[in-house]
Design a protein around this ligand. Sequence first.
Ligand code: CTP
Length: 409
Amino acid sequence: MLSGKQIVLIISGGIAAYKSLDLIRRLKERGARVIPIMTAGAQEFITPLAVGALSAETVFTSLFDRQAEHDVGHIRLARDHDMIVVAPATANLMAKMAHGIADDLATAVLLATDKPVLAAPAMNPKMWQNPATLRNFEQLKERGIRFVGPSSGEMAEKGEAGTGRMSEPLEIVAAAKAVLRDEDIRQNRLPLAGKHVVITSGPTHEPIDPVRYIANRSSGKQGHALAAAAYEAGARVTLVSGPVELPDPDNVDVVQVESAAEMLRAVEAALPADIAIMAAAVADWRVASEGAQKIKKDGNGKPPVLSLVENPDILATVGHHERLRPKLLIGFAAETQNLIDNARSKLKRKKADWIIANDVSPETGIMGGDANTVRLVSGTGVEDWPQMDKTEVAREIIARAADALKKYR
Ligand code: CTP
């Protein structure tokens, strides 16, 4: 979503400007080009040298820059990009934006742009609550300016707290993604716009007693990557996830569950969906009756006997739903032998449209690793895919799913 995008970052003069240095890093890590503009006030808090070094770009500071203005630089700056992020947006800058004042480079670019603008306000709580600021805020929102924050908490000024803190860099990144995605949807560029995709991810934990559980080595990386890819393709995404150590993907509805029974309930509650992808490594069995107390050693060296019962099969349950079966239902098959035969039988038994089969023998390093080698098994045949990053596998599956869905329109 951010990869290859050009983002003009306007930094205005507030103490939160120091967080903009981190924001530059975060945006660049995700493949965006960041073109910085600093107001005079911003340069009192952080230096153009630091901003230039982190962005690896020329930092624009002046409206009348001889080098840049031979081709009306501020107009070009206002056009040649995908969006503008204003972080921090001070009360003063918001006031100028609201009134169309263009007395420096930042405000001239904001007045001249026809691209989406996202602002992250940062100011003292009293300034934020001032009716003048609130009116400017409402007016800018009405004009289509998007906002992230401000959030509440301690302020830089000693003993002051309230609403006015700038959102954290990663929240601003998530908001920037949402703005760019909305623009892509508006321009009809995303294949899954208006579609709902439900995805399961991670392991499940099946309780034995209050302190112990049965689990597996699934990291959730593939399922979470699928959720991010479906979001990027324009879908509304519900991610039902077992316990994982991964951050929630941006702008996705995440339902956290522990056991297979909870996962099934959450998936059924999330339906209807156009596409469902079951990437979770659901535990096949749970303990027949969970101990209410911690199971103790009996002192004679005799281990307890755990009796297991089979868990509901989520993929098969959804596959056999008469009313709520999604148009496209995709499962995974984690195998250590007879990959294709096992995948084919799962395809039939669970009434899935595709099974993404992978060999999870320990020597492949797939379980928990970043790469995946998969085969797409469908009613019409088997396709071998080359080894790819889990993110690339996710994008490919989503692109294929979007194509397949067209048939149902
Ligand atoms: N699956 C599920 N609910 C279960 C078990 C599996 O939804 N209780 C889904 C998985 O998310 C995956 C597919 O079924 O999409 C295949 O999972 P896998 O563990 O490979 O297959 P199992 O049916 O558990 O078969 P086995 O363990 O015998 O190989």
